[in-house]
Design a protein around this ligand. Structure first.
Ligand SMILES: Cc1cc2nc3c(=O)[nH]c(=O)nc-3n(C[C@H](O)[C@H](O)[C@H](O)COP(=O)(O)O)c2cc1C
Length: 392
């Protein structure tokens, strides 16, 4: 009997020792080589969670500093002048990751220099019924139809006010504005956003290109766009006496060249002008995809299959505007080469989202270091020198 007890005690001790050893090993591994640890353990584990839960866990992990600060120091060649601000690198996190302004400081710590919060709607709203996000890993793509789930202006504004701005040096904080699903006055929804966030935003994004809010994309039509941007400009001039916060327009990649020309004609008029464009939002197109389970889900497709489409649109808009309107390029950027292609096509800065879903924080350093090598290889001294150099 006593020898049985003794054996049990030994097994228990062995279990504790193994568990303790494994926790210590994971901790030391994580501290020593976070990127390796992330790729080997955290990334595969996150793919077992449903995509929306994984998204929430990811935002919380960044908010509470679970991911260590980036070790990589941005080389000089990544210096970027964008919207009259000096940034250490041209990489941003696209709208839709930090929808409610929870993780701004954390996103800066892991290496982004442009952080876009939103889309935020005036009133809180739940968005579309779940499930509403689908991973297509074989295609390195995602389909989402969140439908602007938002905590609303007031709550997000309070969070932004509580951010430690001193930690956001050389960094831009964008507020991406959307409209409520049931709102019948889109113009008012956007002007309310300008009024609400005018003392905390470094730039505004007018998002009229999400495919998941009925009727939203029709605001890209010439007359409607002219009315919308004229009112937004008036509001901006009223509320901002000293500094004028840059206004960016985010476009869909599914516009025809005629529609793009119409948009350019509007945004170059004095009364309805914008200071920049974001190209592009997700696509409603379904190119040939490897994944056979989800392509028929409605929503916007992002990631790899969007890359060429958005780069082509950047090139077209850069040509049409003669490079006079700064562009943030977004859509399917996973590598330094992808970012470089968007810069050569006319983008002054680049954002990512889907690559972050599949590869997490290590992809930030990867994109930046690869981009720096490419810029140096081609003899550029900084990012601005390379903008539009691939456009004939
Ligand atoms: C899950 C998800 C949610 C998104 N939500 C928003 C949003 O609220 N507002 C917005 O302007 N864009 C939103 N986007 C679009 C992204 O900002 C980006 O334009 C698009 O995903 C293309 O970039 P990517 O291929 O790097 O993901 C969302 C994208 C994804 C994948």
């Amino acid at each position: 009997m006593s020898s049985k007890k003794e054996a049990l005690r030994k097994i228990k001790s062995l279990c504790y020792l193994t568990l303790g050893g494994s926790v210590a090993y994971q901790f030391i591994y994580m501290k020593k080589d976070f990127n390796g640890y992330y790729g080997k353990f955290l990334q595969p584990a996150s793919q077992y969670l449903n995509p929306e839960l994984a998204h929430r866990v990811g935002v919380s992990a960044i908010k509470y500093g679970f991911f260590p600060s980036e070790k990589f120091t941005d080389p000089k060649v990544l210096d970027t002048n964008f919207l009259d601000s000096k940034l250490n690198n041209p990489l941003g996190i696209a709208a839709g990751f930090d929808k409610h302004g929870d993780a701004v400081n954390g996103l800066k710590n892991i290496g982004f220099s442009i952080i876009e919060v939103g889309s935020v709607t005036p009133e809180p709203q739940p968005g579309n019924p779940k499930p509403r996000v689908f991973r297509l890993p074989e295609d390195e793509a995602v389909i989402n139809r969140y439908g602007f789930n938002s905590e609303g202006h007031d709550k997000v504004y309070k969070k932004i006010c509580n951010i430690d701005k001193t930690l956001l040096d050389n960094c831009l904080l964008g507020i991406n504005l959307g409209k409520n699903k049931v709102s019948e006055n889109a113009v008012q929804d956007y002007t309310l956003g300008i009024k609400k966030f005018c003392d905390v935003a470094d730039y505004f994004v007018i998002n009229i290109s999400s495919p998941n809010t009925p009727g939203l994309r029709s605001l890209q039509k010439k007359e409607e766009l002219h009315e919308l941007l004229t009112e937004i400009n008036k509001t901006r001039n009223l509320v901002q006496s000293t500094k004028k916060i840059p206004l960016l327009l985010k476009l869909a990649p599914d516009l025809t060249i005629e529609e793009i020309k119409d948009i350019v004609s509007v945004i170059t008029k004095k009364e309805s002008k914008v200071d920049g464009l974001i190209i592009s939002n997700t696509t409603i197109d379904r190119p040939l995809l490897i994944n056979k389970t989800f392509p028929n889900e409605t929503g916007g497709l992002s990631g790899r299959p969007l890359a060429n489409k958005s780069t082509e649109m950047i090139r077209n808009v850069y040509k049409l505007t003669k490079g006079k309107i700064p562009i943030i390029g977004v859509g399917g950027v996973f590598t330094g080469q992808d970012a470089y292609e968007k810069i050569l096509a006319g983008a002054s800065a680049v954002q990512i989202y889907t690559a972050f879903i599949y590869h997490g924080p290590p992809v930030i350093t990867k994109i930046k270091s690869e981009l720096a090598e490419l810029l140096e290889r081609d003899g550029y001294k900084n990012v601005n020198e390379a903008v539009g150099k691939g456009v004939k």
